[in-house]
Design a binder for this molecule. Structure first.
Ligand code: BTN
Length: 325
């Protein structure tokens, strides 16, 4: 067996033993290699960040794995049929959205591009997205048959999925219109939706999702750190990113199925329940103007409805929203 396959097999044996020591003899017999070879692989794995304890009397125990996404593990725990049916994993990319855009026409719906770090992560409104190690930086390619004017709906669906996935981990997440996910007012996730469309009909959508999972806040620049948080910061311990990714993809699939099969009003209701924007005083900057007032609802197109001081209603489809209360 090639070196890497042997290392993977050892990790898989130790993972399955769930803390019960496995002897070098037993591992060697399973893989058809000597105990000395097993020991050589264990030393190599330690260098890669796997914390393998060894006792000459009982055997090896896997105490912890390096904080890396494990695509093979993901495939074995993923409960989806469409979202994540094809996962392209990279150590580093310029931007997962760029790579997704390059391959989108040739790949099937549900394909996910994921990178440990991004050199030029992109945020909304042309901003940089700091993508240091420890985060989940991914792009999901969707091919819904919808008119371009309904594109914002897909972003709302993604915001719901991320928020539900975070809440299932015990993180008190809320959505801020249009697509930020906040915890106690600090940003934990951003979503960048990009599209290719022809004659008003969507060809493919790229949902770029950035979640500060185990990001160390000290690695962010001062201005970004001030308004950011991470899952590990909220929970006081790092999270297994592979398991979290599996539950996020599951949530995305559930929400996407609902999006395709149910009335959109149902999704609007859930979005409002999960959001902390409705009822707040906001200042929304659009390319054309600045609108100030109270956020009172969301339309079926995903536009924020703001009631200004003169009781005039504005439906804002895109813009930068700040709370002013
Ligand atoms: C925002 O400004 O809030 C949106 C941030 C989106 C970041 C994600 S990370 C994965 C994907 N690739 C990118 O370059 N951007 C998105």
């Amino acid at each position: 067996m090639p070196v890497n396959d042997n290392k993977k097999a050892i990790i898989s044996i130790l993972r399955k033993s769930e803390g019960t020591p496995v002897s070098g003899q037993e591992i060697g017999e399973k893989l058809g290699i000597t105990r000395a070879m097993v020991w050589k692989y264990i030393k190599a794995l330690r260098k890669e960040g796997y914390d393998v304890r060894s006792s000459p009397k009982t055997g090896y125990i896997l105490d912890s794995c390096p904080d890396k996404i494990d695509p093979e593990m993901l495939q074995s725990i993923l409960k989806t049929t469409l979202i994540g049916s094809d996962v392209h994993y990279y150590s580093e990319l310029e931007s997962t959205n760029n790579t997704a855009r390059e391959i989108a026409p040739q790949v099937s719906e549900g394909t996910v591009i994921i990178a440990e770090t991004q050199k030029s992560g992109r945020g909304r409104l042309g901003k940089e997205w700091q993508s240091v190690s420890g985060g989940l930086w991914l792009s999901l390619i969707l091919k819904p048959s919808i008119p371009l004017e309904n594109l914002s709906r897909v972003t709302l669906v993604a915001g719901i999925a991320v928020t539900n996935a975070l809440r299932s981990m015990g993180v008190d997440a809320h959505i801020k219109w249009p697509n930020d996910v906040l915890v106690k007012g600090k940003k934990i996730c951003g979503i960048l939706t990009e599209v290719s469309a022809e004659i008003g009909k969507v060809d493919y959508v790229i949902l770029g999702i950035g979640i500060n999972v185990n990001v160390k806040l000290s690695e962010l620049t001062d201005d970004v750190r001030r308004n950011s948080t991470s899952v590990s910061n909220e929970m006081g311990k790092p999270l297994d990113r592979t398991s979290f990714l599996a539950s996020l993809l599951y949530e995305l699939e559930q929400q996407y199925i609902r999006f395709k099969t149910r009335q959109f009003a149902e999704i609007v209701d859930e979005w409002i329940n999960l959001s902390d924007t409705i009822g707040r005083n906001v200042r929304v900057k659009t390319p054309a103007m600045l609108i100030e007032g109270k956020a009172i609802g969301i339309t079926e197109k995903g536009a924020l409805v703001v009631l200004d001081q003169n009781d005039k209603k504005h439906e804002i489809i895109a813009g930068n929203c700040r709370y002013s209360d």
